[in-house]
Design a protein around this ligand. Structure first.
Ligand SMILES: Nc1nc2c(ncn2[C@@H]2O[C@H](COP(=O)(O)OP(=O)(O)O)[C@@H](O)[C@H]2O)c(=O)[nH]1
Ligand SMILES: [Mg+2]
Ligand SMILES: [Zn+2]
Length: 350
């Protein structure tokens, strides 16, 4: 018999880290707290605690995800997780070497530098241990030491990191999955991950835009094919990121956008204008396969971005790493997912 604190009953939860669904009786047992030495230690709420004190402790508490399919290392969720909105689960889709890992490292780096604040958003780690690991493994080597990041294992949709993103009104868990590899259709275990995605970030290597159709087109096709139930539009918001735009930064219309400073609020009209330019850019290059997300997804925006600001030489970036416009695609995806309210969600990507 579990003790409940006036919150009897259980909740059905989809964990944004393993994407398993589990039932969680709202117990105050088996709680953990994130400790100073970056681990989770058991947390008990002393019996007889006042309701105020109990609430204070619960705010810091985490639970361990039971991960029924047993496919992930141990992971933890805030106890108040179910008090938040359903998670926004972003799949970063692209062929290997398109720059997904660098892009996510740069996005997290900009968020660490509080660059979501001008949009009125605040970000915290969902699971502080995992977030710190991500920052130490990817963001710090790239942004503080200008190191080229090693290639990642591809072929399986893999959880990368998750945040709690808050607007003045609500908090959304936002999880990032790396959906790499060329032929995803043969991997049955991917179906579970793909069906758990509710936002897509397609990553295009600008250096390959004019090239003939290749593996990257298959990646798009298999993801869209697996998510797409048949005819009609796919109701998952999508962004197409023309990445490594530093390599084509002087070509029109890339030069119009890539050097622009970050906006200080959500600008649906600018997002639309950039999407039109990026669409024309892909269309002119004959990269019609890369326009599939735009054709199949009900809401889709297109963006130019560069994770590094310049090309690598050997194992590093000799001129330092300066991300350009990496947050804009994320902000558009958040807007289409409702983070800026219903009116903004209708205005972006239609
Ligand atoms: N010029 C340039 N090169 C990049 C950029 N981002 C990544 N790269 C290069 O592209 C290669 C592949 O990137 P990676 O993030 O590992 O791709 P992934 O396989 O999709 O995760 C890296 O070795 C980088 O040197 C960028 O913004 N600009
Ligand atoms: Mg990678
Ligand atoms: Zn889980």
């Amino acid at each position: 018999m579990t003790v409940t604190s006036g919150r009897a009953g259980s909740a059905t939860v989809r964990c944004p880290i393993c994407l398993d669904v589990f039932s969680w009786d709202r117990t105050d047992e088996d709680l953990y707290r994130f400790s100073e030495d970056s681990s989770y230690v058991p947390l008990t709420i002393p019996p007889g605690s006042s309701p105020q004190k109990r609430e204070g402790v619960r705010r810091l508490a985490h639970i361990r995800c039971p991960n029924p399919s047993g496919d992930r290392p141990p992971h933890f969720l805030p106890l108040l997780y179910t008090a938040y909105r359903p998670p926004i689960v972003i799949g970063m889709v692209g062929a290997s070497l398109s720059g997904k890992t660098h892009l996510l490292a740069a996005i997290m780096g900009e968020i660490e530098r509080d660059k979501l604040a001008p949009y009125g958003l605040k970000a915290d780690a969902l699971d502080p241990v995992r977030h710190r690991n991500f920052i130490q493994q990817y963001t710090q080597p790239l942004m503080e030491r200008s190191r080229r990041l090693p290639g990642t294992v591809e072929g399986v949709a893999d959880f990368a990191d998750a945040l709690l993103i808050s607007s003045s009104e609500a908090t959304w868990p936002v999880a990032f999955f790396d959906v790499g590899g060329e032929d995803l259709s043969g991997l049955r275990e991917n179906t579970r991950f793909l069906s758990g995605l509710n936002a897509l970030m397609f990553v295009v290597d600008s250096a390959t835009v004019g090239a003939s159709a290749d593996a990257r087109d298959d990646t798009y096709r298999s993801v869209l094919g697996m998510l797409h139930p048949g005819s009609g539009y796919l109701d998952v918001p999508a962004v197409v990121v023309i990445n490594k735009a530093d390599l084509v930064q002087f070509a029109s219309p890339v030069d119009e956008w890539i050097h622009r400073p970050q906006a200080d609020h959500l600008q649906p009209a600018a997002i639309l204008a950039e999407s039109r330019d990026a669409y024309a850019y892909l269309h002119r290059a004959g990269a019609t396969a890369l326009l599939q997300p735009y054709r199949y997804c009900r809401r889709c925006t297109l963006h130019f971005a560069s994770a590094t600001g310049g090309p690598a030489r050997d194992d590093g970036y000799p001129h330092g790493v300066r991300p350009m416009r990496v947050l804009e695609p994320l902000v558009a995806l958040l807007a289409m997912s409702g983070v800026f309210g219903a009116a903004a969600a209708r205005e972006v990507g239609n």
